[in-house]
Design a protein around this ligand. Structure first.
Ligand code: AMP
Length: 217
């Protein structure tokens, strides 16, 4: 099953993607995580991506499509994959659909995690992230040791600074929100998930939405 997770920054796609991937036994492909790893390793991809990420802008579609092509062709994705934040523009949705069609597959489900603007800003501005395991935490100051005990320290992501947060929300409205209509109008109804509340409750809502998609197919 190929599942696309959509939603504004701060809606919890990463956390929910992780939990759903574990439940379904398929990998989560998070382009943001791939880029952050590339930045840490100082690869050419990382150097290119960093300039866009730090401002909260999108990395060019051509770069994303190359990554998606490799990801869906990899043996780990044979049973499916959860694409977390990996489809953020209409050309990316179109390109992914073409890639999948060329190997006889398609996007099976699209989940849209929704939260109001004030909640998104509250979440993003109180978020710190472990510099080793990349797990996000809320309400813990930068410099704190990672609660997972992996030796990492919590840092504030450059794109969680106020100016970049506002830009990411604007970019979402302008370039990513139209992807929802694109899927709806291409026969893949978008399942809207209320992303407010306990993490486990949101996961249960998402799992239920996926079940209804499976039953309908
Ligand atoms: P995320 O961790 O999903 O919030 O992604 C962090 C940043 O990586 C985004 O703000 C973009 O700069 C970049 N990025 C990740 N995925 C994509 C994508 N599908 N298209 C364009 N840029 C992306």
């Amino acid at each position: 099953m190929i599942i696309v997770l959509l939603g504004p920054p701060g809606a919890g796609k990463g956390t929910q993607g992780e939990l759903l991937a574990a439940r379904l036994g398929i990998p989560k492909i998070a382009t943001g995580d791939l880029f952050r790893a590339a930045v840490r390793e100082g690869t050419p991809l990382g150097l290119e991506a960093k300039q866009f990420m730090d401002r909260g802008d999108l990395v060019p579609d051509s770069v994303i499509l190359g990554i998606l092509r490799d990801a869906i062709a990899s043996p780990e994705s044979a049973r499916g994959a959860i694409l977390d934040g990996a489809v953020r523009t209409v050309p990316q949705a179109e390109g992914l659909a073409e890639e999948l069609a060329s190997i006889g597959r398609r996007v099976d489900a699209v989940l849209l995690f929704e939260a109001n603007h004030a909640e998104l800003i509250r979440r993003l501005s109180s978020r710190t992230t472990c510099d080793v395991c990349q797990t996000p935490f809320r309400g813990l100051e930068p410099g704190t040791a990672c609660p997972r005990g992996d030796g990492g320290r919590l840092i504030r992501r450059q794109d969680d600074e106020p100016e970049a947060i506002q830009n990411r929300l604007n970019v979402y409205e302008e370039l990513t929100a139209p992807v929802v209509e694109w899927y709806d109008s291409h026969g893949i109804p978008v399942q809207r998930i209320d992303a407010i509340g306990e993490v486990t409750d949101v996961t249960a809502r998402a799992a239920q939405a996926l079940q209804s998609v499976q039953l309908a197919s």
